[in-house]
Design a protein. Structure first.
Length: 230
């Protein structure tokens, strides 16, 4: 039995179904732990490409790969393209709230510091225009959040910090190559097309993501087994 994580429904009035699941426990009804048969099984030592093939699917997978391809087509540095490829990685099957911060932390042990920094600060910068590089507030955000939405103070503070940082343009280019209307996405690219880029800019642990003892291994394990009860 799958009991949804509280972080996804707290405050909504919806039940996690925890009490109902506990009442059903028995020889033929147990809590979900380990591989969910409804999901593709991950290899024993999963790579980043394995996550793109088996977990970062649907809108998020298309979004990330399309953003990275945009950056490459525009002639940007591979480091920038790698940041584009990873900028929303947390959204796939970890957590959406503060996804830039979560994503940056998750990838930090495996990428150049500049890439992780750009992933973190793209979250704040996307709310604030920069006319000097042709970046405007996304029109879709009015539809998503309402025309009267005001970014919270911590995002304004972090955006101001980013503007004076030497890696500002790396994060800003991520926002420029981001895709803000998801109905504009092209068909799902083949993740293999990014194998060389990943090979040059992502330190793949021999034990596999989630099993190398890094400070963020638990985040990757959560994406492997997202429905674990405990």
């Amino acid at each position: 039995m799958i009991v949804p994580a509280p972080v996804g429904i707290v405050g909504t009035g919806q039940s996690t179904g925890e009490h109902e699941a506990l009442a059903r426990l028995g020889p033929d009804a147990v809590m979900m732990m380990g591989d969910n048969p409804a999901l593709p099984r991950m290899p024993e030592a999963p790579t980043l490409l394995d996550f793109f093939r088996h977990r970062l699917t649907g809108i998020t997978g298309r979004h990330l790969m399309s953003s990275a391809q945009r950056a490459l087509d525009a002639g940007h540095d591979e480091k920038v393209a790698m940041a584009c490829l990873l900028h929303d990685i947390s959204n796939a099957c970890l957590i959406r709230a503060d996804h830039g911060y979560w994503g940056a932390q998750m990838i930090a042990p495996y990428v150049d510091e500049e890439i992780a920094w750009a992933v973190q600060y793209h979250q704040a910068l996307r709310y604030f225009p920069d006319e000097s590089v042709g970046y405007a507030y996304p029109e879709s955000y009015d539809r998503f959040f309402g025309a009267d939405f005001v970014p919270p103070d911590y995002l304004r503070r972090d955006a101001e910090h980013a503007r004076s940082h030497r890696w500002y343009m790396t994060a800003r280019i991520v926002t420029i190559n981001d895709i803000y209307f998801f109905d504009d996405l092209e068909a799902m690219p083949d993740p293999e097309m990014f194998a060389d880029l990943i090979g040059r800019h992502f330190r793949q642990p021999e034990q596999g993501l989630g099993f190398d003892g890094s400070p963020t291994a638990h985040m990757w394990r959560t994406m492997i087994w997202p429905n674990n009860f405990l």
